[in-house]
Design a protein around this ligand. Sequence first.
Ligand SMILES: N[C@@H](CCC[C@H](N)C(=O)O)C(=O)O
Length: 282
Amino acid sequence: MRSFQFTKMHGLGNNYIYVNMFKESLLEEELVTIAVKVSNIYTGIGSDGMILICPSDRAAVKMRVFNNDGSEAKNCGNGLRCVAKYAYEHNLVTDNVFTIETLSGIVTAEVFVENGVVTFISVDMGVPRFEPASIPVNVAGEKSDVILPFNGRDYFFSCVSMGNPHAVTLVEEIEEAPLTILGPVVEKHDLFPDGVNVEFIEIINEHEIHFRVWERGSGVTQACGTGACAAVVVATCMEKVAKHEEIIVHLAGGDLMITWTNEGNVIMKGPAEVICNGVFYY
Ligand SMILES: N[C@@H](CCC[C@H](N)C(=O)O)C(=O)O
């Protein structure tokens, strides 16, 4: 039987099994199976997926993200904050500001430290992309908006890439959003050849929104960092929230602070927590 050491961490309840690939050596061809195994709540550890913290020749560290169905994603906002905390607290980096490579590019993270413990993290998530091919979404023309009829009602989804694909729709009452019914239908809709993360948002005022997510490859989660960024970008384009100001996104697991800056980058700020450390046998 083989084994590896892991740390389970969460960002606002969005929890992953983190593996330090500076020390561990998992076989590439087994990563999908291992991600599914560790995520299983009955026979594994139980998580939204698995995240590898790897050496990088382009940045201080590299993050690889696997959803709990084994699919690999190109980005993860809550994962980035947890990776930043782990990297700083395990001396993989020495500065408070450092870069993290993802499959969708390199981002910069800043950690805020109290008594050697990282309590808060800010990540420059880069520039959102709207072109249909960059999401990808199968629509003609330049606009990435789609209307999906469901249960006698038309849902208008604005699509945006934050390195991974998002479809965001506005609802009147967040508690009434058909998260578990419409979420999986949109996630696997033919319009989205790579699948999509599905977000429902309710505008509270020009500085606050409610947010619920159905994540591609993981289903309902407590929070989605890239989804919160996408939500603020879409709400800004619809002129529902203040432009270039910090917006508080209320997720099921807590709050994220998101700013779509004048320069075009999206800044995400929020916490990250360690749950436990252990050894996984497989
Ligand atoms: N929870 C993440 C996003 C994880 C990947 C996503 N499910 C995908 O497949 O793109 C976040 O915090 O951004």
